[in-house]
Design a protein around this ligand. Structure first.
Ligand SMILES: NC(=O)c1ccc[n+]([C@@H]2O[C@H](COP(=O)([O-])OP(=O)(O)OC[C@H]3O[C@@H](n4cnc5c(N)ncnc54)[C@H](O)[C@@H]3O)[C@@H](O)[C@H]2O)c1
Length: 317
């Protein structure tokens, strides 16, 4: 049975990835700085939790050794706005944390290291559909740390043969996301509607943003991990789901929750931050090399997300 270690596994994507791996009959150990998560109520006894900090070398070493993992999904990270408020902590957690994971993988011959990167590694100096190998000049500390990690992972693959693979994700929608980064409206609109609270979308109706459903992100990681080595033309793949306008998100939520109370209260500062993000990633490499294709449209994603939230009112009480 495949043994997985998910750093940051108590978080939003880690939870959906845990579910997917358990459904596939695989073992899951979580390494997280947090003590627990209400998301895990129904699968708590199916996973092993090791509490620790990815920036702490001995804790990472110990977790990789005791888990006996043959695959590490490295999701543990600091995200915006925390990264921008405290860039030094962001470097320590994101870059040193990834170095610790790669070193431990090298020392214990872990078969695969899967990395979660982001479209925020690209600045505004890229084509409107961002190629997989576009120059990366990120505008924020979060993106800077993730570019460092991508290059570090590639180095470990070339120099030591560590099977490092990664995906660049666009902003993610799904149950359990809690951060307040610039893309928060893509999940808060559906979340607040599902639990019967009003919500104001802080971008314009025609502001566009790239969106991926969290279950597609989990499948992307899983499928890339299982792709034959000889099919891979790169170590890091853009994953793209769809581009949605503020109006498109509003309409998808109204379809899933007809009684939703959503309006628009545009905030120029937030809109500028959204404009800093590329709207489309070229995911041809992922499609061609290992058959990537998102399973959910925007309407399907929002409907599934709303259903998930309504099945877990305890999380939002
Ligand atoms: N959510 C998105 O839209 C998105 C988009 C692109 C990439 N990503 C990447 O996906 C990964 C997971 O993101 P998420 O949305 O699940 O975020 P999240 O904040 O929900 O989860 C992150 C988890 O990491 C843990 N963590 C933080 N610092 C840690 C440390 N020092 N040691 C161990 N654990 C630590 C947190 O406790 C949390 O459980 C991150 O690497 C993130 O950069 C997320």
């Amino acid at each position: 049975m495949a043994k997985n270690l998910i750093t940051g596994g108590l978080g939003f994507i880690g939870f959906h990835l845990s579910n997917l791996l358990l459904e596939q009959g695989e073992e899951v150990t979580i390494f997280d700085v947090a003590a627990g998560s209400p998301l895990y109520r129904d699968i708590n006894d199916k996973v092993t939790l090791i509490r620790g900090d990815v920036s702490n070398w001995s804790q990472v070493l110990d977790a990789v050794r005791t888990s006996g993992a043959d695959c590490i999904y490295h999701a543990g990270a600091m995200l915006p706005p925390g990264t921008e408020q405290n860039p030094q902590a962001a470097f320590n957690i994101n870059v040193n944390g990834t170095y610790n994971v790669l070193e431990a993988a090298r020392m214990f011959d872990v078969k695969s290291v899967m990395f979660l990167s982001t479209l925020a590694t690209f600045g505004r100096d890229v084509p409107s559909i961002v190629p997989n190998d576009a120059a990366q000049h990120p505008l924020n500390m979060y993106g800077v740390t993730k570019v460092c990690c991508e290059r570090l992972g590639e180095f470990y693959q070339r120099r030591y043969g560590v099977n490092f693979r990664g995906v660049r994700l666009t902003p993610i929608l799904g149950m359990g996301r809690v951060d307040s980064a610039q893309s928060a409206y893509i999940y808060k609109s559906g979340q607040e509607a599902a639990i019967g609270r009003p919500y104001s979308i802080y971008v314009e109706t025609d502001t566009s943003i790239a969106v991926l459903y969290v279950k597609d992100a989990a499948w992307g990681l899983y499928d890339l991990k299982n792709a034959p080595e000889e099919k891979l033309s790169t170590r890091i793949y853009n994953l793209y789901g769809m581009t949605a306008t503020g109006q498109g998100i509003h309409d998808a939520v109204m379809k899933a929750v007809p009684a939703a109370r959503i309006d628009f209260q545009p905030d120029a500062k937030q809109i500028q931050l959204v404009h800093n993000l590329p709207e489309k990633l070229d995911d041809a490499a992922a499609r061609n090399d290992w058959g990537w294709a998102p399973r959910y449209s925007l309407d399907e994603a929002v409907a599934d997300f709303v259903k998930d939230i309504r099945s877990r009112p305890d999380i939002y009480a």
